[in-house]
Design a protein. Structure first.
Length: 238
């Protein structure tokens, strides 16, 4: 059996007095891909932000490799190998592609390691290498998304949390982004992927959790989800 990298137990969290996540529990084993799906505004982004330490847990625990993440500050969570690729990229538009990528390596003091990671990001995204001096603000939506993923890969990662990588992109570009994600999966990386569109996740995730109104209302293998039309219709409109 593979070891659990991430373990959530009875996690609840929200903003002020408003509880958004209720009693969330799941495990992510080494090298697996977990997909989190659910309608807009039902807590998927909040879940990733709570794991990363941006939102405080009101109860429950979050463990990474058996050590507590609960209560840690975002930079401490990042230092333990949690790589967050947020919704909408959050790249630095007034910095070049090269500078944006180096920002991803801020926790890595060894220049040789940084150079090695940069070379592997450029191998994965040759376009970023060609345009490394270009300002990030001039990139297309798909290129920005690639830069966001590339920046995440500049750090040592135990787990990657990827928030709606297909958001706002043309279908052909979504295809390219998912080719990249499949490559990351084939490298054996452990990934939690949030998507509103279940069809993408069914193709990619080993296990799926459906969040509705801040609670897990269904979980199972991707193949079971395709067979269970009720789930798709009830929660995601078919
Ligand atoms: N910073 C915040 N302060 C207060 N409420 C927030 C904040 N961020 C999100 N919320 C609220 O928390 C709830 C869940 O939002 P969240 O972004 O986690 O949902 P989501 O499922 O990821 O949806 P989307 O895909 O649209 O981002 C929503 O009601 C939202 O308004």
């Amino acid at each position: 059996m593979r070891d659990d990298v991430l373990k959530l137990d009875g996690l609840s969290a929200g903003y002020g007095k408003v509880l958004v996540l209720r009693d969330i529990s799941f495990r992510v084993s080494e090298g697996s891909v977990v997909g989190i799906i659910g309608p807009n505004g039902h807590g998927k982004t909040t879940l990733l932000n709570t794991i990363c330490g941006f939102v405080s847990a009101s109860s429950g625990t979050i463990e990474l490799d058996g050590g507590h993440l609960t209560g840690l500050a975002p930079h401490q969570v990042a230092a333990r190998g949690v790589v967050h690729i947020p919704q909408g990229d959050l790249i630095f538009p007034d910095l070049s592609i090269y500078e944006n990528l180096l920002m991803g390596a801020y926790l890595e003091p060894d220049g040789a390691v940084q150079a090695r990671r940069l070379a592997s990001v450029f191998a994965m995204f040759p376009k970023l290498e060609e345009r490394q001096a270009q300002m990030a603000s001039t990139l297309s939506g798909g290129e920005r998304r690639m830069l966001g993923i590339g920046r995440g890969l500049m750090r040592e990662s135990r787990i990657m949390l990827i928030d709606e990588p297909s958001l706002g992109l043309a279908p052909i570009v979504v295809e390219q982004i998912y080719d990249t994600l499949k490559e990351l999966k084939s490298q054996g990386r452990t990934i939690v992927l949030v998507e509103e569109n279940p069809s993408r996740v069914v193709d990619f995730a080993d296990e799926i959790f459906l969040i509705d109104n801040g609670e897990i209302v269904w979980s199972g293998q991707a193949s079971e989800m395709e067979e269970n039309e009720n789930i798709l219709e009830t929660y995601l409109g078919g």
